[in-house]
Design a protein around this ligand. Structure first.
Ligand code: NAI
Length: 333
């Protein structure tokens, strides 16, 4: 039986995680979940928001399925996600964004992937106040991390038979930092003549994505732009509740929905577990259970297409549990 670390997380985390686990079980995958507390929920039990025990469990198992964790604004603890990515060196954030039949959105036929550098840029956490008059954040871009993420994006594109990689940057203004990111991407692109290489400035990318999203395939971004662009892309296909994500390192991977802990609807059994279930399916594929991952995706897509048992964010009135039951029924039939 394959051991996987499970972090239910905060807010709606435990509800959507429970749904994902039931679906994984119904697929027939044999997983032994090692349940770990992280985030505010760990804090409430007197534990640190991210303990060494959690880190060593993920390192040992190599794979983790994670619910969203809350991060206080301005003061309070640092983001568990950012800390996890740095401690485990999860350098690549992968977000496949696809239109789903039955999910209302402004566009159809969208199928793109955001590859985001996950460890540095303005998220390196190197910032300080200068008294009460100013604050400084360092935008850290290294050649090593930039070459590594560019290689990851091109390898991914080749493996998944994608045609184009678009690098998102602002090297016209940040000539040194974004300039280095771009130089590294250009260098790596030379080794992939089979894949079209393109560069677009970040503000223009946002406008183009909203106007002509079908023009994009794989988007390669430094950390901050990638964070913003991936939520924009989620909006193109119907919102945060339906997009899965993965944080991938050399030998460890953490799979999670792209949305947050949704404190406004937590504990009400109305959260949409789609993104979490799709993240679990991605995880199964990563550990070599492709067929079961695919089976889950198909059952979920069928339930969404039928539109009978949808959660409120998708215009329905089903509970998280009822939505999950419909997927489990399809998997068991
Ligand atoms: P959020 O994604 O939690 O919520 C934004 C809006 O989308 C809310 O109206 C919420 O109800 C809705 N929503 C989100 N997921 C949903 C789902 N599965 N089903 C139905 N509706 C859903 O973003 P927000 O409010 O900015 O952040 C809340 C907390 O989550 C913060 O503490 C933030 O730091 C944290 N967060 C954690 C992430 C993670 O652990 N990966 C990612 C993003 C935010």
């Amino acid at each position: 039986m394959r051991k996987v670390t499970l972090i239910p997380g905060d807010g709606i985390g435990p509800e959507i995680t429970k749904a994902a686990l039931e679906v994984v079980e119904a697929s027939g995958a044999k997983i032994e979940w090692q349940i770990m507390d992280a985030g505010i929920s760990a804090n409430k039990k007197g534990k640190p928001v991210l303990s060494d025990e959690v880190i060593s469990s993920i390192k040992k198992n190599g794979v983790c399925l994670k619910g969203p964790t809350e991060t206080p604004v301005i003061s309070g603890h640092r983001s568990v996600n950012v800390a996890l990515r740095q401690k485990l060196n999860l350098f690549a954030n992968l977000r496949p964004v696809r239109s789903i039949e039955g999910v209302r959105s402004r566009f159809e036929g969208i199928d793109l992937v955001v590859v985001r550098e996950n460890t540095e840029d303005l998220y390196a956490g190197i910032e300080h106040r200068i008294g009460n008059v100013a604050a400084e954040s360092i935008k850290l871009i290294t050649a090593e991390a930039s070459l590594r993420i560019a290689k990851f994006a091109f390898e991914y594109a080749r493996r998944e038979k994608r045609k184009k990689v678009t690098v998102v940057h602002k090297a016209n203004i940040m000539k040194l930092s974004d300039g280095l990111f771009l130089e590294c991407a250009r260098e790596v692109a030379k080794d992939y003549p089979d894949i079209v290489y393109e560069e677009v400035i970040v503000d223009n990318t946002c406008m183009q994505l909203v106007k002509n999203p079908e023009n994009y395939d794989v988007l390669l971004c430094p950390n901050l732009y990638g964070d913003i662009i991936s939520d924009l892309c989620a909006g193109l296909v119907g919102g945060l509740g339906i997009v899965p994500g993965a944080n991938i390192g050399e030998s460890v991977a953490v799979f999670e929905a792209v949305h947050g802990s949704a404190p406004d609807i937590a504990g009400r059994n109305v959260a949409n577990p789609t993104a979490m279930i799709l993240s679990a399916a991605m995880m199964l594929k990563y550990i070599g259970e492709e067929e079961r991952g695919e089976k889950i995706e198909n059952a979920l897509l069928e339930v969404l297409r039928e539109g009978k048992n949808l959660t409120p964010d998708l215009g329905g009135s089903a509970t998280t549990f009822e939505f999950c039951r419909s997927i489990v029924k399809k998997l068991e039939s």
